[in-house]
Design a protein around this ligand. Structure first.
Ligand SMILES: C[S@@+](CC[C@H](N)C(=O)[O-])C[C@H]1O[C@@H](n2cnc3c(N)ncnc32)[C@H](O)[C@@H]1O
Length: 399
């Protein structure tokens, strides 16, 4: 039975229900998942008891409806599945005694005094104490704009103003440190506003974890973290077995890309080597292989990496955007060339230039541009070195 039908079917003249018409579809939208399930439903504000009966009928035989009211006469509304406790909604000791008696509410509907300080105090106390997937709804919030309920347009401390602040709290994780995440941030899925109603949908903290389907990103982060830890411990063999056990080559290629970008060359090299030995031939593997072999002076792999690069450069032009060359590969090459130039390591410089030469034509262009830009600045030792690299690059591109 829909809530609307339940509402219309309520014929007890001694127990009227008082709701705005547009509230009913809003209730239904958030409450329907709880119908015919074990449920603790708390309504603050009983009036003549009709709404308590309506909720009982709507939610079915497994629901316990708790009414809260300041008026002792409301105790008379108790019946099977309906319990009423008498006390002020803003009294947190009283609210705690209700929680102690009945447990954690799944749904809380505040239709009590509608006085802003009461609504705020009730929310602050009950919201963190309710079910993780619970719904907290405050109705008749037009009172937030009325002086006699401590309201007013944009007046501080009305529930509407508080809820506006809670929007920022909900998004605290994205404020780049400006707002610290709070228990509210972690436990709230959504805030919805309607004419006179605010709804808060709670969630378990895990519900807001960054996830990509297929779930590559978390696994990717984990693999990178583990590789970096093993690198710190000098456990190259364990790095090899870690990569061997990872079944997803696409994810491993992303790992290589990230590791190169952050200057973690050995884990990138080890990953590339394992993939290569398992028959994988992609440009990023060849690139990491060649770079690693040069850095760690592995002669035979160096030659294989560079010849693989030469073979795969066409593929690179097809599969990668120029942006990728500019943002990922060129900075790696520049950093490595700078290092080699500073050490005046002629062998390494020549090897790196061979890698550049073997790479896609646009990489040579980006690299030359980047070096030219750096060298155009007032001369420093590094820039002078870069100038020399540029000269060498020009020699190579003439060949
Ligand atoms: C709008 S009526 C509730 C209507 C009812 N929920 C319905 O839908 O028919 C508000 C109720 O809140 C109760 N109330 C007022 N101030 C209160 C307070 N500080 N704490 C608890 N209940 C309060 C009143 O006695 C009254 O019964």
């Amino acid at each position: 039975m829909s809530l609307w039908s339940t509402f219309l079917a309520h014929t007890d003249v001694h127990r009227p229900v008082h709701k705005w018409k547009h509230y009913l579809p809003i209730y239904e939208r958030y409450f329907r998942d709880f119908v015919h399930k074990p449920l603790l439903f708390m309504e603050i504000g009983c009036w003549k008891g009709g709404s308590l009966q309506m909720w009982k009928r709507y939610f079915g035989p497994q629901a316990l409806i708790i009414g809260i009211d300041i008026n002792p006469a409301c105790k008379a509304f108790e019946e099977d599945q309906i319990q009423v406790r008498i006390g002020p909604q803003q009294d947190t000791q009283f609210l705690q005694s209700v929680l102690d008696e009945f447990g954690i509410p799944d749904i809380i509907l505040d239709d009590g005094s509608h006085v802003m300080s009461h609504v705020n105090a009730t929310f602050d106390f009950l919201y963190p104490r309710m079910a993780k997937n619970g719904i907290y709804m405050v109705e008749d919030l037009h009172t937030a704009y009325w002086q006699e309920f401590e309201g007013g347009v944009r007046r501080a401390h009305t529930f509407i103003e508080k809820a506006k602040g809670l929007i920022d709290e909900l998004n605290a994780d994205h404020t780049r440190g400006a707002l610290p995440p709070t228990p509210f941030t972690r436990s709230t899925m959504a805030i919805h506003f309607y004419d006179s109603i605010a709804v808060f949908e709670r969630c378990a903290p895990q519900a807001k974890i960054d996830l990509v389907i297929p779930a590559v990103n978390r696994v990717l982060d984990d693999v990178i973290d583990q590789l970096l830890r093993l690198e710190e411990q000098g456990e190259v063999n364990q790095m090899v077995s870690l990569v061997q056990f990872e079944a997803d080559p696409v994810m491993l290629m992303q790992a290589i890309e990230r590791l190169l970008q952050q200057g973690s060359y050995r884990p990138a090299y080890v990953t590339a080597l394992v993939l290569y030995k398992n028959g994988r031939q992609f440009w990023i593997i060849a690139f990491a292989l060649a770079v690693g072999a040069v850095l760690f002076n592995v002669a035979d792999i160096r030659a294989q990496g560079i010849s693989l690069l030469l073979r795969l450069s066409d593929e690179l032009a097809q599969i990668k955007q120029e942006e990728w060359l500019r943002s990922v590969i060129a900075p790696v090459m520049i950093a490595l060339l700078q290092g080699a130039m500073q050490r005046n390591d002629t062998r390494q410089i020549n090897d790196f230039l061979a890698i550049v030469q073997a790479s896609a034509p646009s990489l040579r262009v980006w690299l030359a541009e980047a070096i030219r830009a750096a060298a155009a600045e007032p001369a420093t030792a590094t820039e002078l070195l870069l100038r020399q690299v540029l000269q060498r690059l020009s020699v190579y591109s003439i060949q």
